[in-house]
Design a protein around this ligand. Structure first.
Ligand code: HEM
Length: 206
């Protein structure tokens, strides 16, 4: 089943590589200070690479949103409000019980719907909540003069920084869990191969 068009594979490859650069340089900046001898890449270099990677990430993200607006791939991200909670429950129940009783997958992969409800929910949360907040707070830190000075008595820059670091942390955890869940296809490598070739092998167990 052809599930991953060329553009989404290109977007995803750039996104994954850039995320690794942002995480390494981000952690490096977080744990460096003027007097510290700790550095993974050196502070000035980490800042330069982080800024450059952030610009690539932002342009790439705009392509992701535009691609999902103007191609059929966007339909996989549409959440049906009426069935949202019950779909999540059905999927969770399947992972907790049904799977072990050999029941059929409640939401088999189809051309119209490639994500199960849990997958859809985490992808929407990551791509339409966390990444935009990460980018907006990053822009706020890059241009401190446009960031609000104070908010309920707290420095606007500190709040922006906390938001940025929280989203960075959340997305780093997302990436680790995401890579793990991508090993749960019909074989441990089948989903990775799918993201390279575009084709998903259907399978009755997952
Ligand atoms: C080395 C890092 C990564 C690897 C190995 C990886 C692997 C994969 C694989 C195998 C798939 C296809 C399976 C599926 O559709 O669920 C996938 C899809 C996806 N990944 Fe990743 N991923 C990585 C990083 C990321 C990051 C950092 C993000 C977002 C911040 C992300 C977001 C997505 C999204 C949104 C999809 C679905 C794309 C679509 O078909 O519309 N991935 N990933």
């Amino acid at each position: 089943m052809y599930l991953y068009p060329r553009w989404i594979r290109g977007w995803h490859m750039i996104n994954a590589l850039i995320f690794i650069v942002l995480i390494v340089t981000g952690i490096s900046m977080q744990y460096t200070d003027k007097d510290s001898t700790f550095h993974m890449v050196g502070f000035a270099m980490a800042v330069r690479w982080h800024n450059f990677a952030a610009i690539v990430l932002t342009i790439n993200y705009i392509c992701f949103v535009a691609g999902n607006l103007y191609t059929k791939n966007g339909r996989h991200y549409k959440i049906n409000r009426e069935t949202f909670v019950s779909d999540l429950m059905t999927q969770t129940k399947f992972y907790a019980f049904g799977m072990f009783k050999g029941e059929k997958h409640p939401f088999p992969v189809t051309l119209k719907s490639k994500f199960n409800p849990l997958q859809k929910f985490t992808y929407v949360l990551a791509m339409y909540v966390a990444v935009p907040l990460l980018i907006i707070s990053g822009i706020g830190l890059f241009f401190p003069e446009i960031t609000i000075d104070r908010f309920v008595g707290i420095s606007g820059l500190i709040l922006t920084d906390v938001l940025h670091i929280t989203m960075g942390f959340f997305l780093s955890i997302f990436m680790i869990i995401h890579i793990y869940t991508c090993t749960l296809g019909s074989t441990p490598t089948s989903l990775f191969t799918g993201m390279i070739t575009g084709y998903h092998k259907s399978d009755d167990h997952h």
